[in-house]
Design a protein around this ligand. Structure first.
Ligand SMILES: *Cc1c(COP(=O)(O)O)cnc(C)c1O
Length: 393
């Protein structure tokens, strides 16, 4: 099997050679003075990606799931009430994690394919006169369904109901690929990881933490040691780490930030949007439907696509892998068997996207899907041609 083929799963994403090389470092002493020089700017520069000036970036050797755990264990106490909507596999898993930590979880059930319901949050918060709800938890980009929620609207709903709850946002599959405005949206903790928009190996949970969330960590009673913000912040303030840092990933992140800023964050977002549009044109040309229920919800990092009635999406992704050596995302949870996903985030070009579309078309044709071979590729080609930057100049 060739290792030259890109993956089209929505994370971990393809690692550019430049970042693979940046992670190839010999052991260095993390207590030596030069570690500070590397680490402090990384923490500082990450803030730009989160869109925060007043918040602080904290990272742990972990994954996004560890980031969720760090978020709640540093701000909440056993029995605290939290409000969360379930509209995909990742919001589902965050709910599960809260329940296992002994929180009182109020769940709003939403159809998969919908976004976070700001109006329902507002109605519930308005009725919470005793302010029992300590936090509202949302997933910015639901990777299972390819749905992006409007976090600014949730903040507006919270403000409209005059409720002091904290706002926690999972932005694992959106940060560094789609606009994220932590300060403007009033996000208290934003949770991300190294293996998606940052284009690195898995292994870092990267969090943006507001001042309000930092105040909550002083009174929170949930137990935590490895994930204790207080230990991490105390060590970080002198440029250090409370335990052994994952040096390779920190060097990788330093270079990743450099790449993102060289391209320009706005250009990074515009590239993701353009590539996503190409994929959506292809889906349209195949006569297939996205799980996302309306265009304003379309994710620019992942598309979840229903296969036609009578077809099994697992057979499709398996066939694409076994026959052509290319991975696509399977349908998660209730989407399993009914939908497959194309991840289009991170280090990605027109050429790569076209290769993915061509491959899944071959797999669909092999399995007698009612599509015309080349139709999706052609639709994406037309989109890329008409929006290619050098053609516009
Ligand atoms: C990838 C992802 C996660 C993190 O999962 P880990 O495997 O723990 O890194 C969390 N939330 C969303 C929305 C994701 O896409």
């Amino acid at each position: 099997m060739s290792d030259q083929n890109p993956v089209f799963i929505p994370g971990p994403t393809n690692i550019p050679d430049r970042l693979r090389n940046a992670m190839q470092v010999q052991t260095r002493d993390h207590r030596a003075p030069d570690f500070v020089e590397t680490f402090a700017p990384v923490l500082r520069d990450c803030k730009r990606v989160f869109g925060t000036e007043t918040g602080q970036v904290i990272m742990f050797p972990s994954t996004g799931t560890g980031g969720w755990e760090a978020t709640i264990s540093n701000t909440l106490s056993p029995g605290d009430k939290v409000l969360i909507a379930r509209y995909g596999m990742f919001s589902h898993r965050w709910i599960d994690l809260c329940q296992r930590h002994g929180l009182d979880v109020q769940i709003i059930e939403c159809p998969w394919g919908n976004g976070a319901p700001a109006d329902q949050f507002e109605a519930i918060l308005r009725e919470d006169n005793e302010q029992q709800i300590k936090a509202v938890l949302t997933t910015h980009n639901e990777t299972a369904t390819g749905v992006r929620s409007d976090i600014g609207a949730i903040r507006k709903a919270m403000d409209a109901s005059n409720h002091p709850a904290l706002l926690f946002v999972d932005c694992v599959s959106s940060l560094a690929s789609m606009p994220f405005e932590m300060d403007t949206w009033g996000v208290d903790i934003a949770v991300s990881g190294s293996q998606k928009g940052f284009m690195l190996s898995t292994g870092l949970a990267i969090l943006g933490v507001s001042q309000k969330a930092q105040a909550a960590m002083e009174t929170a009673q949930l137990p935590r040691t490895f994930f204790d913000f207080r230990d991490m912040m105390a060590a970080n303030s002198s440029g250090g780490f409370p335990y052994t840092p994952p040096l390779q990933l920190i060097y990788g992140l330093k270079e990743s930030l450099k790449m993102l800023f060289e391209e320009g964050l706005d250009n990074v977002y515009a590239r993701h949007h353009r590539l996503a549009e190409g994929v959506r044109k292809a889906v349209d040309a195949w006569g297939m439907k996205l799980c996302a229920s309306s265009p304003e919800l379309y994710s620019d990092t992942v598309s979840a696509i229903y296969v036609p009635e009578g077809f099994d999406s697992n057979e499709l992704t398996e066939h694409a892998f076994n026959t052509y050596g290319v991975s696509f995302g399977i349908g998660l949870g209730e989407m399993n068997g009914k939908a497959f996903r194309i991840g289009h985030l991170g280090s990605l070009t027109d050429v790569m996207v076209l290769s993915g579309l061509a491959t899944i078309e071959m797999a669909m044709a092999d399995l007698n899907y009612p599509i015309e071979l080349g139709s999706g590729v052609r639709a994406a080609q037309e989109h890329f041609r008409s929006t290619a930057r050098y053609l516009k100049d």
